[in-house]
Design a protein around this ligand. Structure first.
Ligand code: NOJ
Length: 765
């Protein structure tokens, strides 16, 4: 047993659990639910119970390669527990109607959807949104997503995605909150609260689904779906906490991941789903697989469909997404004694409980409300939040000579393959976004510029030189028209426009589908054909602003050296175009801070600030030293560190103080710092607190984020920011997986990013 020590420990730590069915709190509401479900279960045949474990796709949004067939008939036969990716309320209503009028027991269906960063009102991609460092705002985006999606009949979202990732080659970094455990955990909580509110049965709350359980973001070499092999130290201290935080916030469901974890794929991993999730963490909600993940266990090499379906159910999966392995084999497995009927009862109970908690037995159509949909979807208040979230997510990476903001006068040449593409604005995993009506940057800038600005535009280059690569990178309606003239001709046309302009805005980078699922890259630079364009634009001698579209950290070493201003706008959602214009013209001062390290080149990856020191660290300030841990060709430094982001103003930090130099268990210590706006405009700053445990029973990271505050300062304004440090901030899982704070000396760092900090220290005893 690979996980033997841990397994024993989990049993020790486990909550009181008799069978796989978890004991819920004995509240009157739970008792009532149990009576209802006991009664329903007593009426169900084995086939009907297995039917509830079947989650099918309506196939209207492409989120996987298999599309469910004969869905209507299966509903009638009691073979469907849930459906996702039905994108119209009319179809949801029809499917529900069939279930509650034509199936024998009239059990309503649960309707899922990938509501990832908003519904019709689409917010910035999650990686961007995390860069706002604004938990209330993030919660509000999830709340709005719930309000809109529920009006269209959806009651279950496959979000939040809380996978920590430190490898930008992995395309799905765009869907998560970056590299940091502490920040990721806060965001996980905010999202769950936003979706679920405090009452799941309300007509406008969605059940959250925490994914992908687990460790999906640590795929080897950043290749999607690839193997994860990870120590328990890293798992417990760095990768698992965000899942746990989402569950502690009450998330109703969990989605398993596709990857292999230390030799056992997550979807068949008994330790993961039963020992850890159920017994150690006490999770009593629903566990669903990812898309055909049960069937994929065959390719993982675990057996035929019947074997893997039994394995998966026995390991703790309740619901099978799309693959129908449960539907087609579990009965046989029960008959052959490979699966206990009790396990099916438990899984079925959890599916029914989810429906009960959502209020679907009371009113199966609670979430279909065409009138509400008309009023609430894309309403101005929602769009205003989307615009605000987008402006706050943008990260100003460089701004030499105050190239930005632009003045609303003169001629601007807006050049680049992403300059006039509305369909790329919402970003990956925005299956509900109205692509056709999303403004392009050109439209956004035209709307904001006013009469005294002339905007010239040309494509300047294709997205990618290779037409087939471009096709792979612009799927799902995110096409960018190709220009088949020779590259030099397209560039020459753009250069001509640039020469007539006062300033050049180059809209370059990735298309939205260059990140996301199955969109891994081995090259993290801006595509060569676009770099060629940029070089030509810079040669005109005009000031150039790079408006960078990306779903992941890129290697921008060349751009950082040559381009005067770089504004990273990620993919900003429905209101991206207006939001970019707001920031370019200085209506909004950028304040986003990176939540994932930008490397100097792809060879440094994985690169993250909370690394261990090694036995041969480099001396401070050195970048190479023989027999130390470094590279021959490039320093260990990132190009842009975690937490980094500039503003149109500047901030100074001074006077870092602790109220005492030591504290003991049960007490706290307060760190304070003075921050001043030393520039000429009002601005927001994310003040970040990091801690280092200097000596531990196991090795500890050189810095760990343990607090942050986003403050607003007028020009010249000074604020003192206080952080209370508690014993829990010092805790970590030791090698015996005990979560505790060890006495000793700690360093405290505070600053505007993980690199540029002031430091002091205290001891804990
Ligand atoms: C596969 C993805 O991995 C997952 O994130 C998504 O929720 C499902 N497909 C359903 O679309």
């Amino acid at each position: 047993m690979k996980f033997l020590p841990l397994f024993c420990l989990t049993l020790l730590l486990s909550f009181q659990i008799g069978s796989a069915q978890l004991k819920k709190a004995s509240t009157p509401a739970n008792k009532k639910m149990d009576v209802f479900i006991d009664d329903l279960l007593s009426k169900m045949t084995l086939d009907e119970k297995i039917g509830q474990l079947n989650l099918l796709t309506g196939g209207e949004a492409t989120t996987g390669s298999v599309v469910s067939k004969d869905v209507e008939n299966k509903i009638r036969n009691g073979q469907v527990g849930g459906i996702f990716s039905l994108t119209t309320p009319a179809r949801i209503r029809k499917a529900q109607h069939t279930a509650v009028t034509q199936s024998r027991l009239k059990i309503p269906i649960i309707f899922g959807q990938d509501v990832i960063h908003g519904y019709k009102t689409t917010f910035p991609i999650p990686l961007a949104l995390s860069g706002t460092w604004d938990m209330a705002l993030i919660q509000e985006t999830a709340r709005i997503a719930a309000v809109e999606a529920t009006a269209d009949g959806i009651n279950w979202t496959f979000s939040p995605m809380v996978d920590i990732s430190r490898d930008p080659r992995w395309g799905r970094m765009s869907e998560g909150s970056g590299e940091d455990t502490y920040l990721g955990s806060q965001i996980a909580r905010a999202m769950v609260k936003g979706y679920q509110g405090d009452n799941l049965s309300k007509y406008n709350t969605l059940m959250a689904c925490v994914k992908h359980f687990a460790l999906y973001g640590a795929a080897e070499a950043g290749r999607d779906y690839n193997t994860t092999d990870m120590s328990l130290d890293r798992m417990y201290n760095e990768y698992l906490p965000p899942y746990k935080a989402a569950l502690d916030a009450g998330a109703g469901s969990v989605m398993t991941s596709f990857n292999d974890i230390n030799g056992v794929p997550a979807t068949a991993n008994n330790w993961l789903m039963t020992d850890l999730l159920r017994k150690q963490w006490g999770f009593d909600g629903l566990v669903v697989t990812d898309y055909t993940a049960v069937n994929e266990l065959i390719d993982h090499g675990l057996g035929d469909l019947q074997t893997v379906s039994a394995l998966s159910l026995n390991a703790g999966v309740d619901m099978d997404m799309v693959g129908e392995g449960f539907l087609t084999t579990l009965k046989k497995s029960v008959e052959q004694g490979k699966v206990k009927q009790g396990r099916i009862d438990d899984a079925c109970r959890l599916v029914l409980e989810a429906k009960y908690k959502l209020g679907l037995f009371e009113d199966p159509f609670r979430y279909c409300n065409e009138e509400r949909a008309k009023k609430e979807i894309l309403k101005p208040e929602h769009l205003a939040v989307a615009r605000k979230a987008a402006t706050e997510s943008f990260v100003l990476l460089k701004n030499a000579d105050q190239t930005l903001p632009l003045t609303k006068k003169g001629t601007i040449a807006l050049i680049g393959p992403l300059a006039n593409s509305g369909v790329n604005m919402p970003g990956t995993w925005s299956v509900n976004s109205d692509l056709a009506n999303t403004k392009s940057l050109l439209q956004g800038m035209q709307a904001a510029a006013g009469k005294e600005v002339k905007i010239l535009h040309s494509l300047g280059s294709n997205l990618l030189a290779d037409a087939q690569y471009q096709e792979r990178a612009t799927m799902f309606g995110r096409e960018i028209p190709r220009d088949n003239r020779p590259e030099q001709e397209i560039i020459a046309e753009a250069v001509k426009l640039a020469e007539q302009a006062d300033v050049v805005v180059a809209a370059l980078g990735e298309s939205s589908e260059m990140s996301g699922e199955s969109s891994s890259r081995t090259d993290l630079e801006i595509p060569k054909v676009q770099r060629n364009l940029l070089e030509a634009l810079l040669k005109t001698g005009k000031p150039v602003v790079l408006v960078l579209f990306t779903g992941r950290p890129l290697a921008l070493t060349w751009e950082a050296e040559h381009v005067p201003a770089i504004l990273n706008v990620w993919f900003g959602g429905t209101e991206a175009a207006n939001a970019i214009a707001d920031v370019l013209f200085g209506k909004v001062n950028p304040s986003g801070k990176l939540t994932a390290t930008f490397p100097q080149n792809v060879g440094q990856v994985p690169l993250y600030y909370a690394h261990k020191n090694t036995g041969r660290p480099l001396a401070d300030g050195a970048w190479f030293s023989k027999f130390r841990s470094n590279y021959l060709d490039v320093s260990n430094d990132p190009l842009y560190p975690f937490g980094y982001g500039l503003s149109y103003t500047t901030f100074s930090y001074s006077d870092l103080k602790l109220n005492t130099d030591s504290f003991k268990s049960g007490e706290t210590i307060t760190a304070s710092i003075t921050v001043k706006n030393t520039g000429l405009v009002e601005g927001k700053e994310v003040v970040q607190l990091y801690i280092r445990d200097l000596v531990g029973s196991s090795t500890r990271p050189v810095k760990e984020l343990k607090g942050f505050q986003k403050i607003n300062l007028k020009p010249g304004e000074v604020k003192t920011v206080n952080f209370t440090i508690k014993e829990s901030d010092l805790k970590f899982y030791n090698t015996a997986l005990e979560f505790l704070a060890e006495p000793g000396d700690f360093k405290v760092f505070i600053g505007g990013n993980s690199r540029d900090v002031m430091e002091t220290g205290f001891s804990f005893y």
